[in-house]
Ligand binder design. Sequence first.
Ligand SMILES: CC(=O)N[C@H]1[C@@H](OP(=O)(O)OP(=O)(O)OC[C@H]2O[C@@H](n3ccc(=O)[nH]c3=O)[C@H](O)[C@@H]2O)O[C@H](CO)[C@@H](O)[C@@H]1O
Ligand SMILES: C=C(OP(=O)(O)O)C(=O)O
Length: 419
Amino acid sequence: MDKLQIRAAGPLSGEVTISGAKNAALPILMASVLADDEMRIGNMPALRDVNTSCELLRQLGAKVSELKQGVVAIEPQHINHQVAPYELVKTMRASIMILGPLLAKYGQADVSLPGGCAIGARPVNLHIQGLQAMGATVTVEEGYVKARIDGRLQGARILMDMVSVTGTENLMMAAALAEGTTTIENAAREPEVVDLANCLNAMGANVKGAGTDTLVIEGVERLSGIYYDVMPDRIETGTYLVAAAVTGGSIVCRKAAPDTMDAVLMKLEEAGANIECGPDWISLDMQGQAPKAVDIKTAPHPAFPTDMQAQFCTLNVVAEGVSKVTETIFENRFMHIPELQRMGANVDLEGNTALIKGGANLTGAQVMATDLRASACLVIAGLVADGVTTVDRIYHLDRGYEHIEDKMAGLGANVVRVK
Ligand SMILES: CC(=O)N[C@H]1[C@@H](OP(=O)(O)OP(=O)(O)OC[C@H]2O[C@@H](n3ccc(=O)[nH]c3=O)[C@H](O)[C@@H]2O)O[C@H](CO)[C@@H](O)[C@@H]1O
Ligand SMILES: C=C(OP(=O)(O)O)C(=O)O
């Protein structure tokens, strides 16, 4: 199994090109099921989750091919099978987003229940309730969500109990081909939800309100295949910016989307970074200074994203001052703290809050990555630790970071993949 070995190599400097967003690419790949003809999706990141999604589409019968680097062509008209098996779903929870498109297009879908993961239980009750409100019969049998509808799904008013990103996306895709109007209240406002809505509208859908908490979707009878470029990954961008801040460095992120990153950029400025933005770039300069500790509380967009919480824990561990990091989205998203403690971090965990005393001199250790962003925060810690840090189980990282060792090396870091 691959590992990453990291040695401190001074402040990060230079430029890094940001990839397409995992969390936009995955729903857009699932949305291709809704099209009558070929979809071409560009700015597709080379990630394990993208490969898994392509494999899922192939298992359904779709023809999927990589045209050139970063462009995937999908011919959904060959789909002849509506089952998403456990073997694939267990490796990627986002597979649940095939449920809405398959049901809306074919009237049936059997999707393995994704189950929990390291960060929490992650139920899908809101996805199921929304489809039921649209007239579907949904049962859970032998670990599978089995959904059926005779004819088309019916537009409905759906009030989401909690803000759910993939729940909103699943129901938006289903509603795009439903009969009549669907209203989704308390919808997620994440930029990736907006990217999916833009893609669906380009395919011929009528989705209004994306980016607000109320979506109004007029169902249409058919959607066409189109070319669409996936938006830049704001979490990957944030990860490199935090890495630069932790090392007291100065970097530029190219092909980024600064307008999707307000909460993260505000916190980096509060930590002492000098941030400048252009239409598609962000620069960060710490002017050789160590970061200052910042309090963080995660919440749905536009507040601070849970997917950046672990990286900011590492920043706070080495920063000047004390800080409080509160996680409100997932019940178990502090699995990185014990690993950071093994490297010398000074952290007290109290329920959903980490109290962090900054200024730690970290030492390299063998650490275990338990989820995607936990892995990223350990890599960042390794950039300033004395000695060698070895991050194990990096298949988590490969789910969400394209060629992380190459991109880090481009910024002057010493990060090596060991087979
Ligand atoms: C592929 C993708 O886009 N993943 C992102 C998505 O995950 P995902 O869409 O799975 O996360 P949700 O927004 O659904 O989860 C938010 C909260 O709602 C709860 N919940 C969710 C659905 C449901 O039916 N019932 C329920 O109780 C969850 O347990 C969690 O506590 O948003 C998360 C929160 O921003 C991010 O961390 C993930 O990177
Ligand atoms: C939790 C994440 O992803 P997923 O929902 O795919 O598990 C993430 O991207 O940090």
